[in-house]
Write a protein that binds this ligand. Sequence first.
Ligand code: G6P
Ligand code: MN
Length: 446
Amino acid sequence: MKLTILGGGGFRVPLVYGALLGDRAEGRVTRVVLHDLDAGRLSAVGRVLAEQGADVPDAPEVTATTDLDEALRGADFVFSAIRVGGLEGRADDERVALAEGVLGQETVGAGGIAYGLRTVPVAVDIARRVARLAPDAWVINFTNPAGLVTEAMSRHLGDRVIGICDSPVGLGRRIARVLGVADPREAFVDYVGLNHLGWVRGLRVAGRDELPRLLADPGLLGSFEEGRLFGADWLRSLGAVPNEYLHYYYFSRETVRAYREAEKTRGAFLRDQQARFYEEMKRPDAAALETWDRTRAEREATYMSENRETAGAGEREADDLSGGYEKVALALMRAIARDERATLILDVRNRGTLSVLDSEAVIEVPCLVDANGAHPIAVDPLPGHATGLVCSVKAVEREVLSAAESGSRATAVKAFALHPLVDSVNVARRLVDGYTAVHPGLGYLR
Ligand code: G6P
Ligand code: MN
């Protein structure tokens, strides 16, 4: 079984490899091919993986290449975890938006649109190559903005591309834990929306919905991350628990103000922190795994800091309850490879699940996964306010896809201007000017 990891020189790749090392079952991955544009990053990460696998019998063999076609040929699974423009690009996405007084964040609002505009053309190129060189491969997309990028790729790969995110599973686990559910994996999380824009409307254990018990209990609501982030009153008003990323919509003014006042944005913080790792790894005698692990621990500590986007993010608990995207990816791959039926929240084409969206629109929803892929499970419709947001943001995503296809600057302006977190068409015009000035990857906009 051959797994190709695009963005193979990325900092989180050892997490994925660590998950693979723990998989001893029949049909597991035996070969890993790392692909990256940057040979230096590939060699740094390759050394970490070599140390990780050193004492593990039958550790998956690892090779690395900067040739994309060679990496893809014959792959059974392709993980796409690239960051077009790097963390420097992420920091620019944040900075340009914040300077205009609107949200600058990796995946949400103006920052997410800029990131999407740079990433979609690259993702489409990858999808076309996969369709040609590994037509039977399953593509697992972690590349953000994950919903939008998965939809772009699905136009070339159909349902063979599946998007993943760790935030819904993390949210479901945290809710299950405060409700005292013995095995959180037994709970069915009634969650739906778009990536980073979804709501938990119920949590069923043995057929019984336990969420009303949580919403009625201020003590329980105050005892987990999203409960504190949104506040008990607002969660009761909604009758649901939103994904943490909805904080940017419901508390837009406050989040923008906090980020503008911060000393460093999240992207700038990670850019500097990770640069130190890759720099240290240039020393031939550097202890690779130890250096990586130290940097990882530093980064995880910021998940618990007061404001994650500023020094890092919220009050996320850095424990295994976060779900871990590498665990979601492995669970998905196992379910497909071994036809082990599993229920996972994934980014897939709508196919009628939310009747307000067309069937090609990628949504985030619980899916039943088997050897034939991920099949969305029928869910109740969203209430009007959530439908409104989902439709607006999907409309923005469609403008991004269309700008990436046509290269039209006017369409890019439309994407920014239609976003609920961008408050003027003039601001949208200046954002396009600002982003095209700093991002070489947006040179195609005319
Ligand atoms: C969560 C989201 C990812 C996002 C990440 C950012 O895991 O689901 O989509 O990329 O947070 O974390 P970072 O540590 O890079 O700020
Ligand atoms: Mn995510």
